[in-house]
Ligand binder design. Structure first.
Ligand SMILES: CC(C)(COP(=O)(O)OP(=O)(O)OC[C@H]1O[C@@H](n2cnc3c(N)ncnc32)[C@H](O)[C@@H]1OP(=O)(O)O)[C@@H](O)C(=O)NCCC(=O)NCCS
Length: 173
């Protein structure tokens, strides 16, 4: 099936927002999505964007059953390893169910790797839910190592009141 992977534009944010929700439904946490397409536009397409995004697009003659041409996305940003240097972090990768198994996911993943390499990244990292074995197998088949298995890392987050508490206890300048 023909498709292309291209850099997302501000105009794609409604479609990306739709697929973020689809991915959250797949991940069984749809209530966690609080980001609107306007916020994506603001945060991804400003002077110092928080993220970059690629979309997978099919030609008009191959639209989804609901008429969509943007049928997958990969959203990523840059972090820094004090051990290894520049790193690209893949926050989301998603292909609509009816288009899976046609190389779209591979196309998105490989393009993120290529873009990252062009920015001197030496690592591509991501997190995946433990029960999502098809996707864990997809990454493993592409050569990824599972750091929880091999090194025992936990994935830690501060948010809400706990984040406020930390910030409020910061030393005065
Ligand atoms: C993961 C996902 C993006 C893969 O996209 P896709 O378009 O279905 O995958 P592709 O067709 O590009 O497959 C690429 C390669 O991976 C292989 N592959 C795909 N699924 C696999 C699996 N479950 N186990 C092993 N290999 C797999 C394919 O055989 C193909 O191999 P090849 O390069 O040798 O031909 C897609 O299935 C998806 O959106 N899943 C649900 C959402 C999700 O889990 N997102 C990630 C959250 S961390």
């Amino acid at each position: 099936m023909h498709f292309k992977v291209r850099a997302a534009t501000k105009e794609d944010c409604k479609e990306i927002s739709r697929m973020i929700l689809e991915l959250a439904v797949f991940e069984k946490m749809p209530d966690q999505v609080k980001i609107s397409h306007e916020e994506l536009e603001r945060d991804g397409f400003c002077q110092n964007p928080f993220f970059e995004c690629l979309v997978a697009e099919v030609p008009e003659e191959n639209t989804s059953k609901d008429g969509f041409t943007v049928v997958g996305y990969a959203l990523y940003f840059y972090t820094y390893s004090t051990w290894k240097g520049p790193t690209v972090f893949l926050e989301d990768i998603y292909v609509m169910p009816e288009f899976r198994g046609n190389g779209f996911g591979k196309g998105l993943l490989c393009k993120v790797a290529k873009v990252g390499k062009e920015k001197r990244c030496v690592r591509l990292q991501l997190s995946v839910l433990d029960w999502n074995t098809p996707t864990r197998d997809f990454y493993a088949a592409k050569g990824a190592q599972d750091l929880t298995d091999s090194e025992g890392w936990h994935f830690i987050r501060f948010d809400g009141q706990n984040l406020d508490n930390l910030a409020n206890e910061a030393p005065k300048d």
